[in-house]
Write a new protein. Structure first.
Lengths: 85, 258
């Protein structure tokens, strides 16, 4: 089993818990790690966070965590391909 | 002409990202169009997770795992407060025990002489009067004796109302009472607060701790000799007596009928 898969599983669980509990800082760390590993499921955890915690604040029109996660996934894909592949 | 061809793995990843992006925006769109339909289903899940984690944290805290210095300090404070509370309860229990013993002795008095048990409703005044919580409805009459749980007489009833009665201390200031101490008749002068003094000849054998009885109160004991001053200038010994019961501290008395 590759180390990256273990890390991906751990950060995935952490991101799910952080999204449900509303821990934005912990979720951000998980997002950074998962985007480095091209873990696409992190987008849904970011979306879960936005659904639960951003929408009640009236900023639902701008789901920052989801947008940021997608931007990281797309923008850094060439870098990942060059450095991490 | 050179044309870049991404590896298969990269193309797969790009398709995954595209799918995820479309799915994310689709979910956002559905939620907006359904006026929060997705969120309504997620909020109870989040609430349940919150409750579960809080309960788990409380259980871990109760077990004591991961006990920190801060929690130990707070636990120490709580234990100190609990200890103080138990000490207070112990003192209360001791007071109740003493009260119970006093009432038991009162019950013994009531078995030997007719009367009624009452509480001291007010402390002794500067005139030597005090109030008890028993009156004519309880059968209290003027001249009744006020006795403590150990049988000493501390006063007499001087005024009776329906539910309370005024009493006067035997050693009220500026009063005198004839007593017998160790077979010697002595006239005691009341000085208030359960104290009195008298004079006897130097040849009279009286010592500390002797009991003073009074015929005016049916020969019951009323005081104990506390001090004897043999150096009086007028050639007499000065005898100081005191009542063993302090009206301001005792709670129950027995009102004995004649």
């Amino acid at each position: 089993m590759k180390v990256s898969r273990v890390v991906r599983a751990i950060t995935g669980m952490g991101a799910l818990l952080a999204a449900l509990m509303g821990y934005g800082g912990a979720l951000l760390i998980c997002i950074l790690i998962d985007t480095a590993l091209s873990a696409w499921e992190i987008v849904f955890f970011a979306l879960l966070f936005d659904f639960l915690w951003a929408a009640p604040l009236g900023i639902y029109s701008l789901p920052w965590y989801t947008i940021g996660t997608l931007a990281l996934l797309w923008a850094f894909e060439p870098v990942r391909r060059e450095l991490l592949s | 002409m050179y044309r870049y061809v991404p590896p298969v793995q990269s193309r797969t990843r790009t398709r995954q990202f595209a799918f995820v992006t479309i799915a994310a925006f689709a979910l956002i769109g559905i939620d907006v169009l359904s006026h929060g339909g997705i969120r309504e289903k997620l909020v109870p899940v989040a609430a349940a997770v919150h409750a579960g984690i809080q309960n788990t944290g409380a259980a871990i805290s109760e077990i004591g795992i991961f006990t920190s210095r801060t929690s130990l300090v707070s636990e120490n404070v709580a234990l100190r407060e609990e200890n103080a509370r138990y000490k207070s309860l112990a003192l209360s229990a001791e007071a109740l025990r003493a009260e119970n013993e006093a009432l038991a002795r009162m019950a013994h008095l009531s078995g030997t002489r007719p009367g009624v048990t009452a509480t001291i409703a007010g402390g002794e005044s500067s005139l030597g009067t005090f109030l008890v919580s028993a009156g004519s409805r309880d059968g209290v009459a003027m001249g009744d004796l006020v006795r403590t749980d150990n049988g000493f007489v501390i006063g007499t009833v001087i005024e009776v109302h329906d539910t309370v009665s005024f009493c006067r201390s035997l050693f009220a200031p500026n009063t005198s009472i004839d007593v017998v101490i160790n077979g010697t008749h002595i006239a005691l002068e009341g000085r208030g607060a359960g104290n009195a003094r008298g004079k006897v000849l130097p040849s009279v054998a009286i010592s500390d701790g002797d009991v003073a009885t009074a015929a005016s109160v049916r020969g019951y004991p009323i005081a104990i000799v506390g001090h004897i001053d043999a150096d009086a200038s007028d050639g007499f010994k000065e005898v100081y007596v005191r009542s063993p019961a302090d009206i301001s501290t005792i709670r129950y008395v027995y009102i004995e009928r004649p």
